[in-house]
Design a binder for this molecule. Structure first.
Ligand code: SF4
Ligand code: SF4
Length: 70
């Protein structure tokens, strides 16, 4: 499983990034969180920490391409 962020709703609060022991979730350009799926182990710590409940755990093959705001 991998963490996936709803980047349309994420407010970039950073709560998720503080708890990840794999340093696999980051704030992209101060806009939203994104997950480095190569590092993510699907532990779910970030999911429990997100105050907006917008992180889901999905099968790696079901990951939608993360939308990065440029
Ligand atoms: S599921 Fe675990 S390893 Fe993956 S980004 Fe969240 S806290 Fe990090
Ligand atoms: S904790 Fe939730 S709202 Fe905050 S940056 Fe992470 S995904 Fe976005």
């Amino acid at each position: 499983m991998k963490a996936q962020v709803d980047t349309n709703i994420c407010v970039a609060c950073g709560c998720c990034t503080k708890v990840c022991r794999r340093n696999a979730i980051h704030i992209y350009k101060g806009v939203h969180a994104f997950v480095d799926v190569e590092k993510c182990t699907g532990c779910g710590l970030c999911q429990r920490e997100c105050p907006a409940s917008i992180i889901t755990l999905v099968e790696g093959s079901a990951l939608s391409n993360e939308k990065k705001v440029v």
